[in-house]
Design a binder for this molecule. Structure first.
Ligand code: JB8
Length: 233
């Protein structure tokens, strides 16, 4: 998969060199290219923002540098990528979105700052490929960089070969609508806290039953929104 990132803060993406995704890049599974939006400005001050039409607080990202940056990426790749713009007003990103996007051959992340990007950039990007405005959740970040990083990791780890053991991809929270069961390792007793007896019993059926019950209980306690609506409620 090819991933391009357009940002005024390329250094945010230095961490893609390390850990799992760094290995995936080394192995040629993931081709990530980070572009500085200011390289696509044409004025002496490398200006990327301006005041909003209609008034209001803050600054808006100018469309021209975005147009040139997206044109350069598309001209280089010679395809019709999927453009992802992190935005508080976007559709909710989820594990199923990550699954879907992990099938794409080329993603382009556009990282906004200030009050956001001139709306016409999204319409222009839609002439070059698919466009998705995406939100990680109901909270506000200072820009799209951290959200893009989270999405690149969530998507990248689903690309075949990126995560070594494919079984560690299936037994996970959010793939089947329940939270994960609790995990323990040695020692069996630690600072007065014990590993539940059932896990030491060697009864695989009882272990599986206990784990399922734990998943349902924690989901009810922590994420009731994931469970079917209670008809009694
Ligand atoms: C300016 O919270 B967010 C987010 C916040 C932003 C921009 C993009 C995304 C641009 N503020 O996902």
């Amino acid at each position: 998969m090819r991933v391009d990132v357009v940002t005024i803060f390329p250094a945010f993406f230095d961490v893609l060199e390390v850990s799992l995704l760094g290995k995936a890049r080394g192995a040629g599974l993931l081709d990530v290219r980070v572009h500085d939006l200011r390289d696509y400005t044409t004025d002496r001050h490398r200006t990327v923002d301006d005041t909003p039409y209609g008034g209001g607080a803050g600054m808006v990202m100018k469309p021209e540098p975005w147009g040139l940056a997206l044109d350069a990426i598309v001209a280089d790749a010679g395809d019709r990528p999927t453009f992802i713009f992190p935005a508080p007003a976007g559709e909710r990103f989820s594990q199923s979105t990550a699954r879907e996007l992990s099938e794409a051959s080329h993603l382009v992340f556009g990282c906004g700052r200030y009050e956001g990007i001139d709306e016409r950039v999204f319409a222009y990007a839609a002439t070059l490929g698919d466009v998705r405005l995406m939100s990680l959740g109901d909270y506000v970040l200072n820009g799209g960089e951290v959200a893009s990083m989270a999405m690149i990791e969530a998507i990248g780890r689903l690309i075949p070969g990126v995560v070594g053991n494919p079984e560690s991809l299936v037994e996970e929270s959010h793939e089947d609508g329940l939270l994960e069961y609790p995990s323990y390792t040695k020692p069996a007793s630690w600072r007065g806290h014990e590993v539940p007896d059932v896990l030491l019993s060697g009864h695989h059926g009882r272990v599986a039953e206990w784990r399922h019950a734990q998943r349902v209980e924690r989901t009810r306690e922590r994420r009731p929104d994931l469970l079917p609506a209670d008809p009694e409620a």
